[in-house]
Design a protein around this ligand. Structure first.
Ligand SMILES: [Fe+2]
Length: 498
């Protein structure tokens, strides 16, 4: 059975689906040389439309995850991309059609996310709806792909990119926003952090009913320490955290989630309740059941979607990340029934900022650190939870109420000195989230390479540009060609093989 490619915003331009699997060995290096000392892989995942859903529309979280991997060794790079063969993918593959129906899946407009409950029938009974299309991160020698509260974490082979299956520690996790479809069909955070020395992964789940958040610290041997955060101030879209030497720092921001808005009021699931205070939870890292310190701030209504990293000096906790004026997602305040989904970064803009918390008094202050719109912050992840100096982001320019991304930005977060390189001017292209790869396994923090995926989608080709952190203003030291349309991916991470 054939079907046309839908013409909704979510499938236009860089968001067109890459509907094939490819293996490109020894990728063409069109400029410069791949550093010979680089050994590891850069993995990304993204929602990829395969066929219409049972309901017809194309909600983002319902599109199947596809993993892309660029593996480096001996001065060469090999590219692969594979569908993530989740239980949902396998069921639909067997039947050759979309099998799932979501409470927020049939509006045919911006309210469709595939984030709510699924209507279960004889086919989907017991099958998790997760698509693993938001992030992929290294853990215990595997790459693990995660949804936004949609389904269990899925292990991916770092070389072949074949799906190994649901991680064995999934039954020890809690449920996410919706009831698990089957035993072990739990969820996991999209943006966990980890400690490079101990290998412990700091994750959680969130939901719209109490307990709003459950923490999960996963050890490399598969044991899981868990805690329900029973005194959380309100439900929040807990998308990201900061890790410090002592705490998991979880921000409760007035970006809320409520399934009843969909089922009872036919609104979108998300809310922006800007009258609620921003509350910071300091959850003890080394004693998951220890006392959580709650700091109710008087910060203005703001939103940090992705964290950069944090420092603690004396009594001062600094929490860095791009700060939005409001979440870059559609709400009923500005969208009506029938309006198409809004593209990322078209409804709000963010600038690199800092929330500083005085740990003695609990006083909080917000600062904007740059005039440049930016998002997708990354750091040298060997130093997660250890304090940091160097941050990387995709920078851009203001475009209407939002922003248009075009450059790589590197910032010294101690001095705020900034370097930037403009990757595109007016050519249609998507400058995607970068990753940092260290020069050597024991290089100092921030000494290495930044790898930036660029989709030249109008030319039907992709590219990875590699920058040397010594000086990014000189442009890439190397360009690696991907000889076809490279699908859009929101997030990914580096795994070192050295
Ligand atoms: Fe994210």
């Amino acid at each position: 059975m054939g079907y046309p490619l839908p013409t909704t915003n979510s499938l236009k331009g860089p968001f067109q689906p890459m509907r094939f699997e490819a293996t490109v060995e020894e990728c063409i290096v069109s400029e410069g040389e791949i550093p010979k000392d680089l050994a590891g892989g850069f993995y990304r995942t993204g929602p990829t439309w395969k066929r219409p859903t049972k309901q017809g529309p194309n909600p983002l979280l319902g599109m199947d995850g596809m993993v892309q991997g660029l593996v480096f060794r001996d001065g060469r790079a090999d590219f692969r991309n594979r569908w993530i063969r989740t239980p949902k993918y396998l069921l639909e593959e067997r039947h050759g059609r979309g099998m799932f129906e979501w409470a927020d899946g049939g509006f045919g407009d911006w309210r469709d996310n595939a984030y709510c409950d699924v209507v279960r029938d004889q086919y989907t009974q017991g099958v998790p709806q997760g698509t693993s299309n938001i992030n992929i991160f290294p853990f215990a020698g595997e790459m693990v792909a995660s949804s936004e509260q949609g389904g269990p974490p899925i292990a991916i082979d770092p070389i072949t990119l074949e799906t190994r299956g649901i991680v064995p520690w999934s039954p020890k996790l809690s449920q996410g926003l919706t009831e698990p479809a089957a035993y072990g069909a739990t969820c996991f955070a999209a943006h966990p952090k980890w400690d490079a020395d101990t290998g412990i992964l700091y994750g959680w789940n969130y939901r719209d009913t109490a307990p709003y958040v459950t923490m999960h610290f996963v050890h490399p041997d598969g044991t899981v320490e868990s805690r329900d955060v029973t005194d959380a101030p309100y439900n929040t879209v807990a998308h990201d955290i900061w890790l410090t030497p002592e705490w998991v720092v979880m921000p409760f921001q007035p970006f809320t989630v409520d399934r009843k808005k969909v089922t009872e009021k036919q609104l979108g699931i998300w809310g922006w309740e800007s009258e609620l205070p921003i509350v910071i939870g300091l959850i003890p890292r080394h004693d998951i059941h220890g006392e959580i310190r709650w700091i109710t701030t008087d910060l203005p209504p703001q939103y940090i979607m992705h964290t950069m990293s944090a420092n603690v000096e004396g009594d001062l906790l600094t929490l860095d990340g791009p700060i939005f004026n409001r979440p870059p997602f559609p709400f009923e305040q500005d969208f009506a029934a029938g309006d198409d989904v809004a593209l990322f970064f078209s409804v709000a803009k963010s600038h690199l900022g800092r929330w500083s918390i005085d740990l003695k008094t609990g006083a909080a202050k917000s600062e904007q650190l740059s005039d440049r719109p930016s998002e997708l912050p990354k750091v040298d992840e060997r130093f997660y939870g250890k304090g940091y100096e160097w941050g990387y982001q995709v920078g851009g320019v203001v475009k209407r109420q939002g922003m248009s991304m075009n450059s790589l930005v590197m910032t010294n977060m101690k001095t705020l000195a900034e370097q930037a390189y403009q990757i595109r001017t007016d050519q249609p292209a998507a400058v995607l989230e970068a990753t940092f790869a260290p020069r050597n396994i024991d290089s100092p923090e921030g000494d290495g390479y930044i790898i930036v995926p660029v989709s030249w989608w109008a030319d039907r080709r992709g590219e990875f540009q590699i920058f040397d952190t010594h000086d990014i203003t000189k442009g890439p030291i190397c360009r690696i060609d991907i000889p076809f349309f490279m699908g859009w991916t929101p997030h990914g991470h580096w795994m070192d093989f050295r």
